[in-house]
Design a binder for this molecule. Structure first.
Ligand SMILES: [Zn+2]
Length: 286
């Protein structure tokens, strides 16, 4: 089954929903690292959440959902864009013996950064003081958009998936009952169903009494934004003198992408090219 994001609307209540299955992307990310299982599971849940959140954007751009804390996992982050290209990384510095959020991320908080391709960056911060990531995100939506939202985020060693429903702004009292009704129906989903069944089978099973309008699904993929050009740009930003002194000391400038484990190495000739005529260096780098 391919990784897919499905969006849908309910005809009789002002509620929208999303269902995402992200297992291949998830496997690709966790296989290139060696994180403890609880860290993988959080990455999987964040992948599902980030995918669904980027699908809510009304513009081109990307979202980073990051958790920071003072426990054994100081940082974990997932980035996604409107093309549903996702990547994620964690920083694990201590022994992980629990999956409890408040112990993994002592004094933890969640930073949601929305970066439109054009326009102002927006950042929202919520405390990591609930039992689940989904509940923390619900607080975020309540605070930032005053929208009632509920998440179901699931991940095990192999799979990651999620669902959400969100009451739309034009909600009336009548819709509130409808929203809670949909929430109860959605609560009956089992993890294996969410991981293994096709989206339309799941939606039919959960909401067969509702009128659901399903949009065309969108494919998801793992994609890192690192590149030779970006690494070269970073070297040019530190300046010729600094770059040459690193080469003199270490023989090469090595840059490592923590997201995808790619190593970029620049030797003396490469650095000389970078600081020569820009046109020429671009040609040679490609
Ligand atoms: Zn990378």
């Amino acid at each position: 089954m391919n990784d897919q994001l499905n969006r849908y609307l309910f005809d009789n209540v002002h509620v929208r929903g999303e269902l995402v299955q992200v297992s291949n992307t998830y496997k690709e990310i966790i296989e290139s690292h060696n994180y403890p299982a609880p860290v993988n599971h959080i990455l999987g849940q964040l992948l599902a959440a980030t995918s669904m959140m980027t699908a809510l954007l009304k513009f081109e751009g990307d979202i980073a959902v990051q958790i920071q804390g003072e426990g054994p996992v100081p940082m974990i982050v997932v980035n996604g864009n409107d093309q549903q290209e996702l990547r994620g990384v964690a920083n694990v510095t201590g022994e992980v013996t629990t999956s409890n959020l408040s112990e993994l991320f002592t004094k933890g908080y969640m930073v949601i950064t929305i970066t439109p391709s054009q326009g102002e960056r927006y950042q929202g911060i919520v405390g990591l003081d609930k039992d689940t990531i989904g509940e923390c995100l619900e607080v975020y939506f309540e605070q930032s958009e005053q929208l009632k939202t509920h998440f179901w985020l699931r991940a095990n060693d192999e799979n990651a998936a999620g669902m959400m429903i969100q009451a739309l702004p034009e909600e009336s009292d009548n819709d509130e009952d409808g929203y809670y009704n949909l929430r109860q129906l959605s609560d009956t989903i089992k993890d294996e169903e969410l991981f293994e069944l096709e989206a339309d089978v799941i939606l039919n099973r959960l909401y067969h009494q509702e009128d659901v309008r399903i949009f065309d699904p969108q494919s998801l993929s793992f994609k890192c934004t690192c590149s030779v050009e970006r690494s070269a740009g970073a070297i040019m930003a530190v300046g010729r003198e600094e770059a040459e002194s690193i080469i003199a000391d270490e023989g090469a400038i090595t840059m490592h992408c923590d997201y995808c484990n790619t190593k970029y190495e620049f030797v003396a000739d490469d650095v000389a090219l970078l600081f020569s005529d820009p046109k020429e260096s671009n040609e040679k780098l490609h």
